[in-house]
Design a protein around this ligand. Structure first.
Ligand SMILES: *[C@@H]1O[C@H](CO)[C@@H](O)[C@H](O)[C@H]1NC(C)=O
Ligand SMILES: *[C@@H]1O[C@H](CO)[C@@H](O)[C@H](O)[C@H]1NC(C)=O
Length: 91
């Protein structure tokens, strides 16, 4: 038997899929920003939430300390929507 890959991720055998594949808990928890960049990214991708496979979406929580930064990076072939829940962010 061979594995079916979508975007480089193995499609889970439908017989092995369960409710936990569609549940992520933890976006309510603040990340520890005591690091060199003063920010912390909590990612929810197909790695953390298998049910996202093939959907082409992900989500993240980013916490910033005062004057913290999110180092320059790119998201090839992706669109990003950002919502500031509290405070101000220079983008
Ligand atoms: C982000 O926060 C989590 C939860 O406090 C912590 O375990 C992790 O080490 C932090 N990551 C960085 C890069 O500071
Ligand atoms: C946050 O990370 C720093 C540096 O690793 C550590 O000293 C501190 O105890 C952490 N704070 C919490 C609440 O985990």
């Amino acid at each position: 038997m061979y594995a079916v890959l979508v975007n480089g991720v193995v499609c889970k055998d439908p017989k092995l899929v369960n409710a936990d594949d569609f549940l992520f808990q933890g976006l309510n928890v603040m990340g520890n920003t005591s690091n060199d960049v003063g920010s912390n990214v909590t990612t929810v991708t197909v790695d953390e939430l298998p049910g996202l496979n093939t959907l082409g979406i992900s989500m993240a929580r980013i916490d910033f300390a005062l004057d913290g930064i999110n180092p320059p990076h790119t998201h090839p072939r992706a669109t990003e929507v950002l919502t500031v829940i509290e405070g101000k962010l220079l983008v």
